[in-house]
Design a protein around this ligand. Sequence first.
Ligand SMILES: [Zn+2]
Length: 453
Amino acid sequence: MARTTRFVLLFLLVSAFLSTFAAAQSPAQPQSQAVAPAAAPANSAAASQPFDIDAAVEAYLAKMPPARRALSNAYFEGGYWLQLWDFLSSAFVMWLLLRFRWSARMRNLAARVTRFRPLQTALYWVQFIVVTSVLTFPLTVYESYFREHKYDLLNQTFGPWLQDQLVMLLVLAVLGAILIIPLFGIVRRLGKSWWVWGAVVMILFFAFVSLISPVYLAPLFNKYNKLEDARIKDPILSMARANGIPATDVYEFDASRQSNRVSANVSGFGNTQRISLNDNLLKRCTLPEIETTMGHEMGHYVLNHKYKGLVMIGVVIVIGFAFLNWGIAFALARWGAGWDVRGMTDVAVLPLAVIVFSLYFFVMTPVINTITRSMEFEADMYGLNAARQPDGEANVDMLLGEYRKLDPSPVEEFVFFDHPSGRTRITAAMRWKAEHPETSSAEEMARPLFDAK
Ligand SMILES: [Zn+2]
């Protein structure tokens, strides 16, 4: 099913929380340096050894051959349009469900099977999710199978890919039921003020999904193991201790099952929070690059980004529910009878709710991206200060450029980027390096990252 639909049905936000803070990153934060004699040495270093930040940034950007850069740009820019097509295709499918009263029929069928309201809601949901997944499947298969292969970003053959999709559908069916049963319960009991409590339920739901995801959800798609290699594990755990993180384990997972993308993430909530790095990172990166990435992930952890993100996204959700309340009432007054939807408390209203909610989130894309992008940049700065590997950082930023446009315009970055662009990140790393010349690494600078194809 198309990505926007998933978003609205919460799975995307679920996966956002699963891997929100995914994609490898890094750099340094001001605190650890705060007590050190900052200004004077930095200035004197700069004076004795002029370092051209802009030239250093360009040198890193030039590591990617032009043909490869063009491919990465085409992939990422195509993604902008896909967001629009996803939204439109999802809205169209929802409109079909209303216009031809399929939604009303699914509700009637559920009501014939049981009189127990929560079970009716669940039965409706299962029909809904299957029908919409089938109808949006052509776009899904283009977007996440053929297109990914076209850009050489997917390793899976069709069978395993389809199997992952089916598992996702199953997860969505279960989690969605867990969300919408209480939501409709609230609508029926609380009447007009339902949307306030509805938003609260949704925020709690995100926290819940985030809590269970590393233990119950992520392992459905990848194998997670404790990282054993002492040459990597020891420096990472040492850095964790230096940053006050009580970790005894780091996890690695077989992302290469799906792609060659380099990434790492902090997943979980409360007690289940953990840092995981993927096998592509382990295979393709040097120790300084792995360290800077881990420093970034530790930044997410130490800076409590999970909780801050939940609060900020929570505000977006509350406003979204107010809009949802208004939008549903507006549309039902005009077309409700024709659709055979009997009001806000009728589960058959769901396709309409999806249209209104996805419209809202579509418009809010720059806001949501800015929330995550700001935290990602904070984590970058934290990682620089923690790992002190600005050149390793710049190399990782370049590797991420395989699937994220390296050098967008500022407006483009503001609207579409949920992580800072390669140029932004490398500039921050080189600015940091200019004031910490002792951390410069000739090996990292010289390391070729891409075969010239
Ligand atoms: Zn991150």
